[in-house]
Design a protein around this ligand. Structure first.
Ligand code: ZN
Ligand code: ZN
Length: 405
């Protein structure tokens, strides 16, 4: 019986203008090959992860969430090439919830603060957010391979040590063989580094399309990306027919003496156990001093507002208030109201226009007393249930924008 193999370095169509494999087709192919798991590692982004996860679940295949990130050689917030601010590739795979949270942080930080041609983070940021992640040293664009290619062996070695320090046993030196001379040269050195530093190896195929013959269409895609035509002889192109979803047998042909590196793909897949939780809203908490009861705090703010807005607090007003507060509490929206109260208050304090309360939120005396809306629902006979209704559970929606009448 042939052994299993897991593709841990795979670009889908969400590696924009670089990968051509549609997510559902990728999964179909993996299933056809009898593989049990597969990873998604698009360039610098996670747009495809949810779609990939769902398609894999449906096909009974385990999805491994990941990303091939860009690592800045220096501080990622420096947006220039001064001082040799090189950019490298690194494959990250999610082991668990914490790993997923960290990967989101890394990808977000890279796009928000580290974007210089590519979304990048530096090694310090990576280190601070490495928990729950597995790292593979990536392609020829990885730090280790890139330095080996330049004959900077000591630097390559230092990078391997850095990653081992950060990720421990979850760092793997990656070998690829797409028939490129550079890879053959680098691979033997990567293997000796692995032996010397006691780091495990992993074999991957840098998947950019699904079937071998898809390379033609993929080539056109690369031309679109680089603004070249297929007739241009001096353009960037991939070696034809190499970057597809290979079977275990085909991978064995590429790495006849590295069975461990093939087997390790399965071991890595086993380490990964992350599942999305859909249809469950995860609301943020409103930060309050420790020991403060959030509901009590909300009640206090509401009663403060109540006294400011009504000369006489009638039983009707009071019972309406208690009724609404009770529903808000039962439905779990206490922090939601505190957050909306907080940003509307900030807007008012800073002379930023807010709306008087459009739509159903105007039917809430809680919203009115918190200053979120400016319309008295009692005076105008507005109904709270249009806004929040325990019979029909849906997120509250406060239209807070200012309108020019
Ligand atoms: Zn790469
Ligand atoms: Zn890649």
């Amino acid at each position: 019986m042939t052994k299993d193999f897991v593709h841990l370095h795979l670009h889908t169509e969400y590696s924009l203008l670089d990968g051509s494999g549609k997510v559902n087709k990728v999964i179909e192919k993996v299933k056809e090959l009898g593989m049990k798991s597969v990873a998604i590692t698009d360039h610098g982004a996670m747009y495809g992860c949810v779609e990939f996860y769902k398609a894999a679940q449906e096909a009974g295949i385990k999805a491994i969430i990941g990303c091939e990130i860009y690592l800045a050689g220096k501080d990622h917030r420096i947006k220039s090439l001064e001082g040799g601010n090189d950019t490298y590739h690194l494959v990250l795979l999610v082991k668990n919830q914490q790993g997923y949270n960290n990967l989101m942080k890394i990808v977000t930080e890279a796009s928000l603060n580290g974007f210089y041609y590519k979304p990048r983070v530096d090694v310090e940021y990576l280190k601070a957010h490495s928990e729950g992640l597995i790292a593979l040293s990536a392609c020829l664009g990885g730090t280790v391979a890139k330095h080996l290619l330049r004959d900077e062996k000591e630097k390559a070695r230092q990078w391997a040590i850095t990653f081992k320090d950060i990720f421990g046993e979850d760092f793997y030196l990656e070998v690829q063989n797409h028939g490129m001379e550079e890879q053959i040269k680098v691979n033997s050195e990567i293997i000796s580094l692995a032996r010397e530093l006691n780091i495990e190896l992993v074999a991957t195929n840098d998947v950019h399309y699904i079937e071998k013959e898809d390379y033609k269409a993929h080539d056109v895609l690369i031309c679109i990306q680089t603004g070249k035509t297929v007739d241009d002889e001096n353009r960037m192109s991939y070696l034809p027919g190499e970057f597809y979803i290979r079977s275990r047998e085909e991978m064995e042909e590429l790495f006849p003496d590295l069975e461990e590196a093939l087997d390790n793909t399965v071991k890595i897949a086993e380490k990964c156990d992350y599942h999305y939780e859909f249809h469950h809203s995860k609301l943020p908490n409103f930060p309050l001093p420790e020991g403060t009861d959030h509901y009590e705090y909300l009640v206090q703010q509401c009663y403060k507002g109540l006294e400011e807005r009504y000369d006489v607090i009638t039983d009707e007003i009071k019972s309406r208030m208690d009724y609404e507060l009770n529903i808000i509490k039962t439905m779990g929206y206490v922090d939601y109201f505190l957050i909306v109260w907080d940003f509307i208050k900030y807007a008012i304090d800073n002379n930023i226009m807010t709306g008087p309360g459009r739509g159903s939120a105007a039917g809430s005396i809680v919203a009115y007393t918190l200053g979120i809306t400016k319309i008295d629902p009692i005076k105008y006979g507005l109904i709270f249930e249009r806004f929040l209704n325990p019979e029909r559970v849906s997120m509250p929606d406060v239209d807070s924008g200012a309108t020019r009448w």
